[in-house]
Write a protein that binds this ligand. Sequence first.
Ligand code: SF4
Ligand code: SF4
Length: 263
Amino acid sequence: MSEKVKLYDLSKCTGCRGCQLACKQWNQLPAKQTYNRGTYQNPPDLQPNTWMLIRFQEVSNGNGDVKWLFRKEACMHCTDAACVKVCPSGALHYTKYGTVALDEKKCIGCKECIFACPFNIPRYDPATDKVAKCDMCFSRIDNGLEPACVKACPTGALQFGDKDEMIKLAYQRVKELGGDASVYGDKYVKGTHMIYVLPEKAGLYEGLPEKPRVPLSVLAWKDLLKPLSLLATGGVLLGAFLHYILHGPKDTSGDQAGQGGGE
Ligand code: SF4
Ligand code: SF4
């Protein structure tokens, strides 16, 4: 099964939020009351009921005026996903398309993925004691459809397809744009399955890490501590098994007799 990638060209995004609404609708995520906070940013951040949003940002254009930067924020679907590494219940897992999905039924609400994610994506819902995040519309792509956000985008800012093709398109577009334009997402954390075409330098976009890294504690857990703990658990089980082979099952008849005698 070929790896699928969502390509997001920020230079074509008009901030219409069609994608944000489509995500809500397809995933049946309930709306909540919002407030005018003197900004177009709505809601202010990702939430358990908002798996993707458009970030609105005003920056100087160098001529004393301001211009808008729009950025669609959602799970990046890392190839080497820290959230999958730390998830102790197997709730977070890779799909056959290379994307990262979440089995809500298996989530135990430990929040390990929240601390591990280099992009600050999963959100915890105290009402359900579970985390939530985008699964790149697995139910749609597994039925040959594109993700709901891609389907809804009226400007062609979002595309979906095979990984190699999407990365090729991203580099073509960066060449067309020139200046500070760059491809973001194919280099860090062994690549992601959401690729950005950034018209401006990565450092300019709020909340977008310039060089995303998996926290060292996560690498230590996966590469050192987890095998050791498994070894320790395995040692205990092996010891118990050997004891059973060498000495047979524990004879508790004497214990029961002793308990009975005390009554
Ligand atoms: S962006 Fe965060 S939640 Fe999404 S796959 Fe990567 S580590 Fe997991
Ligand atoms: S639907 Fe397309 S143009 Fe509209 S906000 Fe989303 S990505 Fe941007």
